[in-house]
Design a protein around this ligand. Structure first.
Ligand SMILES: [Zn+2]
Length: 126
C-alpha cells in the first residue's frame, strides 16, 4: 500500500539527497586544482659581506616554490612571484576538493544505510 504522506524516514532521505546535491554544486564550482604547497622564502646569498648573512630581515626575496609529492618524492618547482598566486589558488582548490570529497563520502555512508535497510525490508515482504 502506498502512503500519501511522506514518513519521517523519507524526509531524512530527502534531506540527505538535498545536501548531496548542494555538495555536488560546490564541486562543480571548483576551478583548476593541484596538490602541494606554495612556499614563500627569504634567502641568504653567497656573499660573506652581505647584510643578509647576519640580519634575517635583510635576506633576499621573496622566492616562491611549489612543492608536492610524487611517488614518495618531494618535487620543488621554483616559481616567479607572478606565478605564485596562480599556484596558490590551485592548491587552495585542491584542499576544497579533498574536504568536499570527505564530506560527500561521509554523507553517502549515512544515506546509504537506510536505503540498504529499505531494500532488505522490501525483500522480506515478498
Ligand atoms: Zn645577501
Amino acid at each position: 500500500m502506498k502512503q500519501s504522506n511522506p514518513t519521517h524516514k523519507d524526509t531524512i532521505t530527502t534531506s540527505y539527497a538535498e545536501r548531496f546535491v548542494s555538495l555536488k554544486r560546490e564541486l562543480e564550482a571548483l576551478g583548476y586544482f593541484c596538490k602541494g604547497t606554495v612556499l614563500k622564502r627569504m634567502m641568504k646569498c653567497g656573499q660573506k659581506r652581505c647584510a643578509c648573512q647576519h640580519d634575517s630581515s635583510m635576506r633576499h626575496g621573496p622566492y616562491f616554490e611549489w612543492t608536492y609529492k610524487a611517488k614518495g618524492k618531494t618535487i620543488n618547482i621554483r616559481l616567479q612571484p607572478e606565478e605564485a598566486p596562480v599556484y596558490q589558488k590551485a592548491v587552495d582548490e585542491y584542499r576544497k576538493l579533498k574536504s568536499l570529497l570527505t564530506r560527500m563520502e561521509r554523507l553517502s555512508r549515512t544515506a546509504i544505510a537506510p536505503l540498504a535497510r529499505k531494500a532488505l525490508s522490501n525483500l522480506e515482504k515478498i
